[in-house]
Design a protein around this ligand. Structure first.
Ligand SMILES: C[S@@+](CC[C@H](N)C(=O)[O-])C[C@H]1O[C@@H](n2cnc3c(N)ncnc32)[C@H](O)[C@@H]1O
Length: 392
């Protein structure tokens, strides 16, 4: 089976996409560049399905401004997505972390959250009932999904414990065996530099310049070596509960209180943020060198390996935002069908559009996310493999 081999995708690659007819002037003004690009991708995908005679349901935004009520986005904590079983190097996990007081008192049982090797390598999943891929039943709507472009950790039960990656335990203070983290403070900002506060706070030994990730904008690079267990932060921004605003910019961290989403720290304004707003999202585990964590209501980044001079500082933004940037690191759940009214539905792991057939998902994945799927046999079972994508 060669998915999509006879389809000419090239005209869709090059054709411009105009989304302006579907929005009122006021709505267009409110959309960020990020959101516009996202709607263009959805429209391009829909146009492609129609052009190839594939059944597709019109995305909601294409119904026009009058018939559409803009949906509020879901918070990541309320997501019904079930593939949150792996979250790269995020160690504040609900009720699973072993917590130790600074005196070494055991509070609860540990989760070995960084042992992702086996999970990372499982790039295949069984496709059940493969005959489905040859019989067209009906196409599920292309679900319109609002971008989840804020950064989010797994909700911590509480944020008064510090995780020690070396002992895989949390302590109420410094680790008794490995000591405190090495703290890198922000540079002090003179009053005359307030409007450029973000850049002025950059600590010595770091540079802000174009990212090594294509089209990612600026990034932060190490000029000197930073040891593992170096702490940066806190992440500085405006405290807000305005989810629409944080969606439009992509610079906010979700903060939790008592395990529930509470507010955001939004670093969209350079005059009210710090240099950490320029740290980009790692595309792979291999290139990630920072772990984000929440401590007493603040977000800090900590090096979990030595960062050599010339390396870009990269953190993980969370599964939802990662997917939105086209990064899927949880390949394990790729193409696992979900069941809706007894029917198999295949969900795109990047943007979560639903498809009734694997082949439709394959078209979509190739066109919108630039990845290919191929069928493989393993122990006499059929698997679908992602053969090209962001996972390297
Ligand atoms: C917190 S900002 C990071 C700083 C940003 N690069 C800048 O120049 O201001 C988040 C934005 O950076 C870009 N970005 C970060 N990581 C990325 C990645 N892995 N791939 C593509 N874009 C990325 C996206 O535009 C994202 O919305």
């Amino acid at each position: 089976m060669s998915l999509g081999s006879k389809i000419d995708f090239s005209k869709f690659e090059t054709q411009g996409v105009d989304i302006t007819p579907y929005f009122s002037k006021a709505e267009l003004e409110q959309l960020s560049d990020y959101e516009k690009k996202r709607y263009e991708n959805i429209k391009r995908n829909y146009d492609m399905m129609i052009a190839f005679g594939l059944p597709a349901v019109k995305p909601e935004f294409m119904m026009g401004p009058r018939s559409r009520a803009r949906k509020r986005p879901k918070s990541p904590s309320s997501s019904d997505d079930s593939d949150e079983d792996w979250s790269p190097t995020m160690h504040q996990t609900k009720s699973k972390a072993k917590k130790m007081s600074s005196k070494g008192k055991n509070i609860s049982q540990a989760k070995k959250s960084s042992s992702t090797e086996g999970k990372k390598n499982s790039g295949s999943l069984e496709t059940t009932k493969s005959k489905r891929s040859t019989e067209v039943k009906h196409q599920y709507p292309l679900r319109e999904n609002r971008a989840t472009n804020f950064m989010a950790l797994e909700p911590p039960d509480d944020d008064q414990f510090l995780y020690c990656e070396e002992c895989n335990k949390e302590y109420e203070g410094a680790c008794p065996d490995h000591g405190p983290l090495v703290v890198v403070e922000d540079s002090k900002v003179p009053d005359t530099c307030k409007k450029d506060q973000d850049r002025a706070t950059l600590p010595a030994g770091l540079t802000i310049k174009e990212s090594g990730i294509p089209n990612a904008g600026l990034g932060v690079w190490a000029d000197v070596q930073f040891a593992s267990r170096t702490r940066f932060g806190p992440y500085v921004g405006v405290i807000t509960k305005d989810v629409d605003k944080v969606h439009a910019t992509g610079y906010a961290w979700q903060i939790y209180k008592d395990g529930e989403a509470s507010h955001f720290i939004d670093a969209r304004d350079p005059a009210q943020s710090n240099w950490m707003r320029y740290i980009n999202c790692a595309r792979t585990e291999a290139e990630q060198n920072l772990t984000a964590y929440q401590y007493y209501g603040h977000i800090y980044y900590r090096a979990f390996k030595t960062i050599e001079p010339g390396k870009e500082l990269l953190v993980w933004y969370g599964n939802e935002y990662g997917r939105d940037l086209g990064i899927v690191r949880d390949i394990k759940s790729f193409l696992k069908p979900k069941y809706v009214n007894g029917e198999e539905v295949y969900i795109c792991p990047w943007c979560k559009h639903s498809f009734s057939m694997v082949i439709f998902l394959a078209f979509h994945v190739k066109r919108v996310h630039g990845s290919k799927l191929k069928l493989a046999l393993k122990k006499n079972k059929k698997y679908l493999l992602l053969v090209k994508g962001n996972e390297q």
